[in-house]
Design a protein around this ligand. Sequence first.
Ligand SMILES: Cc1cc2nc3c(=O)[nH]c(=O)nc-3n(C[C@H](O)[C@H](O)[C@H](O)COP(=O)(O)OP(=O)(O)OC[C@H]3O[C@@H](n4cnc5c(N)ncnc54)[C@H](O)[C@@H]3O)c2cc1C
Length: 469
Amino acid sequence: MLDAVVVGSGPNGLAAAITLARAGRSVLVVEANDTVGGGVRSAELTLPGFVHDICSAIHPLAKASPCFTELPLAEHGLEFVEPPAPLAHPLGDGTAVVLERSVDETAASLGVDADGYRRLMTPLVEGLDRLQPFLLGYRPIARRPISTARFGLRALRSAVGFANRFEGERAKALFAGLAAHSIQDLNRSPTASFGLVLALFGHAHGWPLVRGGSQQLADALASYLRSLGGRIELGLRVASTDELPKARVTVLDATPRQLIRLAGHRLTGRYLRALRRYRYGPGVFKVDWALDGPVPWTAEGCARAATIHIGGTLTEIAASESAVARGEVAEHPFVLVAQQSRFDETRAPAGRHTLWAYCHVPHASSEDMAERIEAQVERFAPGFRELIVGRSAWGPAEIERHNENYVGGDINGGVQDLRQLYARPVARLNPYSTSVDGLYICSSSTPPGGGVHGMCGYWAARSALKRFS
Ligand SMILES: Cc1cc2nc3c(=O)[nH]c(=O)nc-3n(C[C@H](O)[C@H](O)[C@H](O)COP(=O)(O)OP(=O)(O)OC[C@H]3O[C@@H](n4cnc5c(N)ncnc54)[C@H](O)[C@@H]3O)c2cc1C
C-alpha cells in the first residue's frame, strides 16, 4: 500500500507530494492534464517559437516561499529572472510610477508622499522575517503579536481608505494597482492587505519570472519529486476517490466543488453543508500576444519592469473593480500585464516578443474583453496594436476547461475576503483535514490562499504526516 496519493500537480499538489516524500513516504501524484504544473504551465499559445505562460507569470510568492526556498530547485533547472524593477504603473501624464527594489528609490518618485511611503514600508521590510510566518502560514497567530497586530490593523482596511492616506495621485495609483490583485471591491476590507503584502514582497524579494517559462518551475518541482522516489501519472482525471490506489493518506489539490464531486459520498453532512457554503469569486479574461517588437510604452519606466499595471488612477481602478464586484464588466478594465520576453530571450524568436495580460470579469462571464484590454494597452503604448502578429484569448470558460480548479474563471480557488481568508474551505482548527479520516485538501482553497507559493500543499502535508508518527 502507498503512503500517499496526491490528486493534482499544481504547485500545492507538488509541494505536498515533495513534503511527504522528503519525510520518507511513498507518493503517487495523479494529474488530469498531460503536463505537470496546474497554474504553472507554459505553451505555444499563439505561434511556433512563442512561449506563453498559460496562467501564472510573475513569481514574488514562489521566490518568498519558505517551502520552495529550502528545495534544491536550481539543480533541477529553475532559474528566476529578476527585472531591474518589480513593477511599473503608467499614468496619463506620460510618466510611470515604478516600484523599485529599494524603498528609498521608490519613495523618491512619489513627490509629496515620499516620506509617508518611506515611513510605512521601511519598518515592514525590516520586520519581514517576523511577519512572513503570519503571511504564509495558516492561522492568524504570530510569534511577535505586537508588530503583527500593527501590520494587521493597516491590512484590515479597505484599499481605497488606505490609499487615501497618501496625498498625491502617484502613490494612490500605485497602491490601488497592487491591491487590485485581491479581485474584490477595493472599498472593502481587507483589500489593503494585498497592496501591502505585494509591495513588501516587491521590495524584499523582487517580482521575478522564470527563465524559459513558468513551466520550468513546475518541471523543477516534478523532477525533484521524482529524484526522491515520487511517481507522477499524467492524463488521468480522477472522478471519485474510490478509483484511487489504496493509500494511507489522500491529498486533493482541488477546490471544494471538486472535493464534493470526488468524495461527497464519504463526507459527513455537516462538513458537506459547510463546503456548499464556500464562495467562489470573479473570473479573469486573459489575452496572450505574439508581437513583432517590444511594446512601445510612452513612459520610460515601463521598460524596466516585467509587470505593468494598467488602469490609471486610484479612482479609475477602484471603479473597474467595483463594477466587477457588482457583476458588470468594466468598460476601462484594470489590466495586469507581463512582458516576459524583454528579460528572457528564450520566450520568442529573435527580435520578437510575447505579452501576457488579464483583467477581472464577473464570475463565469462570457463577455469578450480582448478589445477593451487592447485599448487599455494602446492608451499607454500607442502603436502597440500594429505589432500584433498572433493572439490567444481565453475567458472564464476556457480557463476552467484548461484547469477545473478555476471555477467560473476564479484563479484564487475562492473569494479571499475576511470570512474566507483563513477559514478556507471551512472554519476548522485544521483547515486541511476533512471529515474523512486520512483525506486532506491542499489547494489554494486552503490558507494561505491563491498564488504560486506551495504553502497550502506544504501545510497540508505537514498535517497529514502526523498520521505516520
Ligand atoms: C490567468 C492566471 C494568472 C495567474 N497569475 C499568477 C501570477 O502571476 N503569480 C501567481 O503567484 N499566481 C498566479 N495565478 C494563480 C496561481 O496560478 C494559482 O493560485 C496556483 O496555481 C494554485 O495552485 P494549486 O496547486 O492550488 O492549483 P492549480 O495550480 O490550479 O493546480 C490544480 C491541479 O489539479 C489538477 N486536478 C484538479 N482536479 C483533478 C482531478 N479530478 N483529477 C486529476 N487532476 C486534477 C488540475 O488539472 C491542476 O493541474 C494565476 C492564475 C491564472 C489562471
